[in-house]
Design a binder for this molecule. Structure first.
Ligand code: C2E
Ligand code: MG
Ligand code: MG
Ligand code: MG
Length: 288
């Protein structure tokens, strides 16, 4: 009986394994397909950046814009990053794509300057793999110089989960960027189980309160408590707080009353192409 049970478990295990294997192959094939398509997209210049304004609560002016990548797919239309950034990270393609993002965002910032828009920073999302590459600061320095920008014009955003994956390395790379003068923000804060002791060691300027907590304002007391606690924690650490995903006047009023410094969300603007964000900035920062 014991033997029979053993045999059963083994054969079930083997079947399971085969099933799993087939699934894996399917996933691998699909990934290969996407990888090939992503490579092609780079070569064909199909990536685009959209820009979402971040508003200074105190002045009501645009403080920065966040560059958010899209893929202008020849048949499927404009694809959001959620559909391809994961594969780009798994395949290492995030390295050339991420480099392209920094170049394109900085070129756009130089265009803002040429169009008479000063004092607005460019926020750029940096992936884990880019963070692990010690050339990031060298690349950034080169691009900043190429477009006659200054490091303080840029905000690099890294997600909390990325930072905590390799915290010691993160501390090192953030130090280099911080010494250069690039501003640093911890993205999606509250979702990645930060160790508070590391939080203190990261050379940060800003915490970005994750949208999931902002959503809870007026809805769920626990989420609200996390908003309050994050704002308090950030301010005690000398950091500014950016609230992500602000969609309602109620959320804005709540965050404002608690001293949140910066606001980003559909309430002000969705991420839009460069010409639209330029019009938005002109209206807000330079009213006639
Ligand atoms: P993120 O950096 O946290 O960017 C904020 C996301 O929230 C954006 O989604 C934005 O469109 C969305 N959002 C902003 N305000 C609102 C709002 O009021 N309501 C709602 N429902 N959503 C709002 P998006 O553009 O789809 O980007 C998703 C994520 O993809 C980004 O999250 C970022 O982690 C990643 N990503 C985007 N561009 C890049 C890039 O160039 N490089 C890398 N490595 N990651 C990127
Ligand atoms: Mg971001
Ligand atoms: Mg975020
Ligand atoms: Mg997010």
């Amino acid at each position: 009986n014991a033997d029979a049970a053993m045999y059963h478990a083994k054969s079930a295990g083997r079947n399971n394994f085969q099933f799993f294997d087939a699934k894996m192959n399917e996933a691998a094939l699909e990934r290969l397909g996407i990888e090939h398509a992503l490579r092609q997209a780079l070569g064909r210049d199909e990536f685009r950046l959209h820009y979402q304004p971040v508003i200074d609560v105190r002045t009501g002016r645009v403080s920065s814009v966040e560059a958010l990548i899209r893929w202008q797919h020849p048949t499927r239309g404009l694809l959001p990053p959620g559909l391809f950034i994961g594969v780009a990270e798994e395949t290492g393609l995030i390295q050339p794509i991420g480099d392209w993002v920094i170049w394109a965002a900085c070129r756009q910032l130089a265009d803002f300057r040429a169009a008479g828009i000063a004092g607005v920073k460019m926020a750029i999302n940096i992936s884990a793999i880019q963070m692990r590459n010690s050339d990031l600061s060298v690349l950034a320095r080169g691009i900043i110089e190429a477009y006659s920008l200054v490091p303080g014009d840029l905000v690099f955003e890294i997600t909390e989960s990325v930072a905590m994956e390799h915290p010691d390395e993160t501390v090192r790379v953030l130090d280099i960027l911080h010494d250069m003068g690039v501003e640093l923000a911890l993205d999606d804060f509250g979702t990645g189980y930060s160790s508070l002791s590391y939080l203190r060691m990261f050379a940060l300027d800003k915490l970005k309160l994750d949208r999931s907590f902002v959503e809870d304002i007026g809805q769920d007391i626990d989420g609200q408590v996390i908003c309050d606690a994050t704002i308090g924690l950030a301010h005690n650490l000398g950091l500014e707080v950016v609230a992500e995903g602000v969609e309602t006047e109620e959320q804005l009023a709540y965050l404002k009353a608690r001293g949140c410094n910066l606001i980003q969300g559909y309430l002000f603007s969705r991420p839009v192409p460069a010409d639209e964000v330029i019009a938005f900035i002109r209206e807000r920062n330079f009213p006639q």
